[in-house]
Design a protein around this ligand. Structure first.
Ligand code: SAH
Length: 245
């Protein structure tokens, strides 16, 4: 059976990687992934064959992984965070569905700690109630769809976790998101921004929705915007679950 692992390696440090992720990498002959992620797990790779390439080469990378697995290699495709959250898991299964026979492959998706959860832990407990994750990248999704989802999240008083909040070519979307959410949420709504969670250059900002456009946000950041009950105490953002205390 052709064996393929799709491994979520967590936010970047070893302590937040699962044992199954480490075991999958150990069990593999070949490790495939985006350069930055390969760097994060360098010490686990040892002498194994590595196939790495740049961003936006996801389809090529997955096709190559499947091809190598179909030749009898055990292959790991690595994603940061969780491979099933804006990661490689879906693409691997989609390509096999379209171009191969699923019964020829043993695909194991290894869960990882996604950026929303690792960032939330650094900020305290902002995700204690219903939340949505929205990626602000319009590379694979139309901006109109994204915009509509931001409205829905605002209407529903959801806590909002923004992935891909800003890139060099998409500088305005975070400000548009702020504008839309201000139609539903107070300007005092707590906002936490975690950059490079659990990596050497981690940084944290605690602010409010009204001030979001003045914060530093980039493609390495995750932005968490509270609901109407969320508050800040010191370095923590807390969303009450509703317990009487
Ligand atoms: N599969 C990944 C998400 C990939 S999308 C996961 O589950 O975490 C890429 C976006 O994830 C980045 O733009 C950023 O918003 C977020 N992200 C990934 N790693 C992060 C980290 N260590 N710290 C903060 N945000 C991170």
């Amino acid at each position: 059976m052709n064996k393929l692992y799709v491994v979520g390696i967590g936010p970047g440090n070893r302590e937040n990687m699962t044992f199954s992720a480490v075991n999958a990498l150990k069990d593999s002959d070949i490790i495939i992934g985006y350069n930055t992620y390969i760097d994060l797990i360098k010490d686990l790779i040892g002498g194994k064959q590595v196939v790495s390439n740049g961003m936006r080469k996801e389809v090529d990378r997955c096709k190559e992984a499947i091809e190598l697995a179909s030749k009898g290699n055990t292959v790991s495709v690595v994603s940061s965070g969780d491979a099933g959250v804006y990661g490689m898991a879906g693409l691997i299964l989609e390509i096999i569905s379209k171009e191969y026979s699923m019964s020829d492959f043993d695909v194991q998706i290894i869960p990882g700690v996604t950026a929303g959860n690792s960032s939330a832990a650094i900020l305290g407990a902002p995700l204690m109630h219903d939340y949505v994750t929205i990626s602000l990248s319009d590379w694979l999704t139309k901006w109109e769809t994204i915009e509509n989802r931001i409205h829905c999240a605002g209407k529903g008083d959801f806590i909002v976790v923004l992935y891909n909040p800003k890139s060099k070519s998409r500088t305005e979307y975070i400000n548009k998101t702020q504008e839309i959410l201000l139609q539903y949420k107070s300007p005092d709504t707590p906002v936490g921004i975690v950059r490079s969670a659990f990596r050497e250059d981690q940084s944290v900002q605690i602010s409010t929705l009204g001030e979001l456009s003045n914060c530093d946000v980039d493609m390495f950041s995750t932005v968490i915007i509270g609901n109407s009950k969320t508050y800040i105490n010191g370095k923590y953002i807390i969303t009450p679950r509703g317990y009487s205390i």
